[in-house]
Design a protein around this ligand. Structure first.
Ligand SMILES: [Zn+2]
Length: 327
């Protein structure tokens, strides 16, 4: 579109309509997205939205179609699970001490502070008995809610790191889509699997937790239990390691709001204490580790009950609209 045409179009149409055709071209489709779910070497573009300027359009449909960073000052806007990211940088897919996985998802975008933190952490890894990092999802190019997978990871300050050390060679594109991360939790769900868990696992998580820029680390409760066996006298780092569902194959690093992100909303401080012992017991009750199957649906429940559509642009901080619409 020429500049004149674009100006004319802008006077006729809402900005939405100008942005949206471009959005459909480069986006990639994924259907599921936990650490161990496979991707594809041949991602298909998402179809264009019929009514992108409808205020009811889920924000995940809009942010999921933005595949490049918003060229603005780097800023994390909003909360980890309700926000967006301006001025993201893409973590390079290869470094000496890291490789990015599941490239088809295009989720290797983060706040520049997070990306440099990950690079620095990876450089420490070999000295800790961990060859390097396999980096899973960070954020979308403009952050925001995602079509699949995470509730958080919206402001470029969350990163999933595989509980598999980087191999000694460069992984192929296909391996990065299809390789599985390592399950470190034992079948009993009550501890880590001693045949899989290594001191390197503990060391890399500890190194991440020790960094003052890191706010929390999420791991499966069995991993937290294993870390609690640490004989460290300074147990401050353990406080940041929080038990959470869905972290059997990866650990999740969450950074604090960076300087210069005045619209970034911090999470409540972690409670005092190392979070070991009694506090952890709740996670190992039978009702938690052996959940009963969901009861059958009542017969009179309508078959096509509408699914919740997720948040819209109105639910996100107002500044996320500029992030979405930036060229
Ligand atoms: Zn995560």
């Amino acid at each position: 579109m020429t500049a004149t045409k674009a100006r004319r179009a802008r006077s006729r149409l809402s900005l939405w309509r100008i942005v949206v055709p471009g959005m459909a071209i480069a986006a990639v489709a994924t259907s599921v997205a936990t650490a161990q779910d496979k991707g594809t070497v041949d991602p298909k573009p998402l179809p264009p939205l019929a009514n992108p300027d409808d205020p009811k359009t889920p924000a995940k449909e809009l942010f999921g179609r933005r595949t490049t960073a918003a060229p603005l000052q780097a800023r994390s806007i909003g909360f980890y699970a309700k926000g967006c990211l301006a001025g993201a940088v893409a973590m390079p897919i290869n470094g000496q001490t890291w490789q990015v996985m599941r490239l088809s998802r295009n989720r290797n975008w983060g706040h520049p502070d997070l990306v440099s933190f990950l690079e620095q952490l990876s450089q420490k890894a070999p000295k800790l008995g961990w060859r390097g990092l396999l980096v899973g999802d960070i954020s979308q190019a403009r952050g925001g809610p995602m079509l699949t997978g995470h509730a958080s990871h919206q402001v470029g300050l969350d990163a999933d790191i595989w509980l598999t050390p980087m191999p000694a060679r460069e992984l192929t594109r296909r391996e990065r889509e299809e390789m599985s991360a390592t399950m470190v939790v034992a079948k009993s769900r009550k501890d880590v699997d001693p045949d899989v868990w290594t001191p390197g696992h503990a060391a890399i998580i500890k190194a991440a937790a020790e960094d003052p820029k890191v706010e929390r680390i999420f791991v499966n409760a069995a991993i937290k239990k294993a870390l609690c066996r640490s004989t460290d006298t300074d147990r401050n780092w353990l406080r940041k390691v929080r038990p959470m569902w869905g972290h059997d194959y990866h650990f999740h690093i969450r950074m604090s709001c960076p300087a210069g992100s005045s619209d970034c909303r911090a999470q409540d401080a972690v409670p005092p204490g190392d979070g070991c012992g009694k506090e952890l017991d709740w996670w190992f009750r039978d009702a938690i580790i052996k959940p009963k199957p969901a009861p059958p649906k009542p017969k009179d429940e309508p078959k096509d009950k509408p699914k919740p559509r997720g948040m819209t642009m109105a639910d996100l901080p107002p500044a996320c609209r500029q992030v979405l619409l930036a060229p």
